[in-house]
Design a protein around this ligand. Structure first.
Ligand SMILES: *Cc1c(COP(=O)(O)O)cnc(C)c1O
Length: 462
């Protein structure tokens, strides 16, 4: 399998290079040359998650990693999940399901991709005799999940920038209490956007990028999207019938993975794209026009995003894979904050497949409360946005008798304040993190200044 850039001018590359590159040199995102078809093997519904994962992902990996070796990598990646099912399908009402994706080490669905990405980096870099410096910005969940994924890689160093005082205590501690010498959390005196701008500036500095061998694991990295395709497939195989998925959405990575599963032949009826008050996608699905606003903080901070970077992969498809047209549309969007898709493109790719639904903080709280009353279950605010959207949509956008699966993207203990406020209950951290709040922290603070950050990064290379 070869990969092409959504902006059409970067050369085709294979799986290993896509893994290490993250972003294409032309500023685009890598996508496979074609969408492979799913093959249902023997007893797929009861197969171990890691084994089915290796089967589902194998066409994307192609010949670049031996199939047996890849299977072993998958088994290792999913060996430290607290639930053996990894992605656990739970019925909470009549035809209403949660797909629990938070049983990994850092309690958010991002572990499912980043545990695998860490193992793959280790494997590919060892084979090539190379090392990399991963730099990234995090608004909370990516930092901890990326650290945990690469903490044991001897050929990877990682620096994550986060906005000082704007991530939750649990999120910060998941980054600052690790003792591995290769992980570095840096508090930046600025916002998440400032952090992201610093990372972009480091990548745009070609000399710095090459001399430090910079690499990225943010959600535009193809391998993260690929790993997320799997749980849509396994959930449907367990359910045994068609379903709608409601997906709490920020960068559009998770819901895009579902759309890819559908392209591959998974029996998905459609998607509810769930947003909080940062509802650029909801407005797009209503008006066929993307219009960026200011970001407002909400109870579901990992979805506080206005420009969903992974949406570019869908735009590329809507443009019939015309890279030049996609590049133009996205450069214009940066300037004008406006993007429109054609009537035909909308009909062919969006209508009947995606609907957008939004949910404000008041509804988020009410949904957490409602679920606790109905079933005694605690859900996190991101999951609550997804479930509220699902409940708005069932019987309106989709027939009521089609099962609705909401992706539960974080463990409630990751957002204890919101959960406590809504339900009066304090969710408990799982045993491996029970002493998190008492562990010693190790973090550096830096000004919002490129030179300061670059010299810090250069000093972290071992
Ligand atoms: C990252 C994140 C999301 C958003 O996922 P995208 O792939 O960016 O759409 C939703 N919920 C939680 C808990 C997250 O950490």
């Amino acid at each position: 399998m070869q990969y092409i850039s959504t902006r059409g001018s970067a050369p085709k590359i294979g799986f290993q290079d896509v893994l290490l590159a993250g972003l294409a040199r032309d500023g685009g995102l890598y996508v496979p040359e074609q969408w492979p078809k799913l093959r249902s093997g023997a007893q797929t519904a009861t197969k171990q998650y890691a084994i089915r994962a290796a089967e589902v992902m194998s066409p994307f990996v192609g010949q670049e990693i031996d199939a047996k070796v890849f299977e072993v990598i998958c088994v290792e990646a999913y060996s430290n999940f607290r639930d053996p099912e990894v992605a656990k399908l739970v019925e909470i009402g009549d035809g209403e399901y949660l797909l629990e994706l938070f049983h990994g080490p850092t309690l958010a669905f991002k572990d499912i991709a980043l545990q695998l990405v860490g193992k793959l980096f280790d494997h590919v870099l060892k084979r090539r005799g190379e090392r990399v410096m991963i730099v990234g910005a995090t608004s909370g969940d990516t930092g901890g999940a990326a650290f945990d994924g690469v903490a044991s890689c001897s050929n990877v160093d990682i620096v994550m920038l986060y906005p000082q005082d704007r991530v939750s205590d649990v999120q910060r501690r998941q980054m600052t209490t690790l003792t591995s010498p290769n992980v570095h959390a840096v508090a930046i005196d600025g916002t998440f956007d400032d952090c992201q701008d610093l990372v972009k500036a480091m990548f745009n500095d070609r000399k710095f990028r090459d001399s430090q061998q910079l690499s990225a694991v943010n959600s535009i990295n193809w391998v993260r999207v690929m790993a997320q395709v799997v749980y849509y497939v396994t959930a449907l195989e367990k359910l045994g019938e068609r379903a709608v998925f409601s997906v709490p959405t920020g960068n559009f990575g998770n819901v895009l993975a579902g759309w890819i599963a559908k392209q591959m032949g998974a029996s998905i009826e459609g998607f509810v794209v769930a947003s909080n008050r940062n509802d650029i996608l909801t407005r797009f699905f209503e008006s066929k026009q993307m219009l960026a606003n200011e970001v407002v903080p909400t109870l579901s901070p990992s979805m506080d995003i206005q420009v969903s970077s992974n949406f570019e992969r869908l735009i590329f498809e809507i443009n019939d894979r015309d890279g030049a047209a996609t590049a133009k549309q996205l450069t214009d969007f940066r300037m004008t904050k406006k993007l429109t898709v054609s009537e035909d493109g909308y009909k062919k790719w969006i209508e009947g497949v995606f609907v957008g639904r939004r949910c404000d903080d008041r509804q988020t709280m009410a949904t957490m409360q409602q679920v606790f009353k109905e079933s005694g279950m605690l859900i996190d605010p991101h999951t609550a946005v997804g479930l509220a959207a699902a409940r708005q949509s069932a019987g309106v956008d989709y027939p009521k008798d089609v099962p609705m699966i909401t992706l539960a993207t974080a463990h409630p203990a990751k957002f204890p304040d919101a959960v406590r406020k809504a339900t009066g209950q304090t969710p408990k951290l799982p045993a491996h993190l029970a002493d998190l709040m008492g562990r010693a922290e190790r973090s550096v603070s830096l000004p919002n200044d490129l030179t300061a950050v670059q010299s810090f990064v250069a000093n972290c290379r071992r």
